[in-house]
Design a protein around this ligand. Structure first.
Ligand code: F6P
Length: 367
């Protein structure tokens, strides 16, 4: 943990960056109320760091006071009252060049300057790996920062769980469960594509809980022939329908994956659908569950984890433990150095107990 001698704190700021995740508002509420209880002022910055750079937009100030009133009744709300952006990296902001092409500009120095002008003593930056990397780089440039890990993908190595993940698993499990009856009625193969970027946490946990027959995750490359075998095997047992859960970042044994040039994943379910239909002769339908996994209310687990993270972030500031990220390890909230926290992606271990459990139940991973 990085300790710095801490001058008296008077004012802190909070922002949310990257894709939203259910539970962001619970962090904002817990951090705000805990900070107000310390006697500090709290400012909310809109859309990551953009509120600082853009000032007022649509009649709303880019930076505004977070009072007890401002955070009332928001624990259960999805989204973020601060707004967010995936295109707000102050080290490389997109700008239109005079010749019409797009380039990037580094405005990180301005951000540090604005924090100084507004006499903000510490920032609570709530984000996933991208936003936490930015927060770490700003910390290295002198900004006192505490990170709070957020992502439905659950792919941050320094914390056992991120808030938002269990809500996404719940939504996906419900969707998979609903597919069973229609799949069985039509004797079809249903393929459902879930989020998770380059990790298979959502697909694995919801696939297992939802009773999928095949679970495809990036950590275990799949062979279409093996999937087709599983479908045929079920047919032979008069289970004439199959549910296939595929993580958006799943990779075939030939090394094919479906990320576009911007890093967005799309297309794996449709591609697989065509391949499985051709290999088995069965009617196949695909579903991309998409942003529904991120929308709406956080489940109780995520609300409580988010509230714990928010309160812990304020304790870190009080104790002068800056340049850290709050993390869940076991059942305890700890502060880990931000640099370590953004170092590695947490992937599903192919020999993990969850994978083993699924295999023991007859689930195929397409390998
Ligand atoms: O990282 C969260 C996540 O929802 C991923 O699972 C998904 O690949 C990505 O964000 C989608 O990003 P966007 O909201 O920019 O389409």
């Amino acid at each position: 943990m990085t300790e710095r001698s801490q001058p008296r704190v008077r004012r802190i700021a909070i922002n949310t960056g990257g894709g939203d995740a259910p539970g962001l508002n619970a962090v904002i509420r817990a951090a705000t109320l805990s900070a107000l209880n310390e006697g500090w002022e709290v400012l909310g910055i809109r859309r990551g760091y953009m509120g600082l750079l853009e000032g007022e937009v649509d009649g709303e100030a880019g930076v505004f006071p977070l009072t007890a009133q401002a955070v009332r009744g928001i624990t259960h709300l999805g989204g973020t009252i601060l707004g967010t952006t995936t295109r707000g990296n102050p080290f490389g902001l997109e700008v239109r060049q005079p010749d019409g092409t797009w380039g990037t500009v580094d405005r990180s120095g301005e951000i540090i300057q604005k924090f100084r002008e507004q006499e903000i003593d510490a920032l609570i930056a709530i984000g996933g790996d991208g936003s936490l990397n930015i927060a770490h780089a700003l910390y290295q440039k002198g900004l006192p920062v505490i990170g709070v890990p957020k992502t439905i993908d659950n792919d941050l190595s320094a914390t056992d769980v991120t808030f938002g993940f269990q809500t996404a698993v719940e939504v996906a499990t419900d969707a998979i469960g609903r597919l069973h009856s229609t799949a069985e009625a039509h004797q079809r193969v249903m393929i459902v594509q879930l989020m998770g970027r380059h990790t298979g946490w959502i697909a694995l946990e919801s696939g297992l809980a939802g009773g999928a027959d095949v679970i495809l995750i990036p950590e275990i490359p799949y062979d279409v022939n093996r999937i087709a075998e599983k479908v045929r095997e079920r047919d032979a047992q008069r289970r004439r329908f199959s549910i296939i859960v595929v993580a958006e970042g799943a990779v075939s044994v030939e090394g094919e994956s479906y990320a576009d040039a911007t890093g967005r994943y799309r297309g794996v379910a449709d591609q697989l659908g065509d391949q499985i239909a051709a290999a088995t002769g069965k009617e196949t339908r695909t579903l991309v569950l998409g942003h529904i996994q991120r929308g709406g209310e956080p489940i109780a687990y995520d609300r409580n984890l988010a509230l714990r993270f928010g309160a812990a972030a304020v304790r870190c500031i009080r104790e002068g433990s800056l340049g850290t990220m709050v993390a869940l390890q076991g059942n305890r909230i700890r502060a880990v150095p931000l640099g370590d926290a953004v170092h590695d992606i947490k992937r599903v271990a192919p020999d993990s107990e969850l994978v083993m459990t699924a295999r023991q139940l007859g689930v195929s991973f397409g390998d």
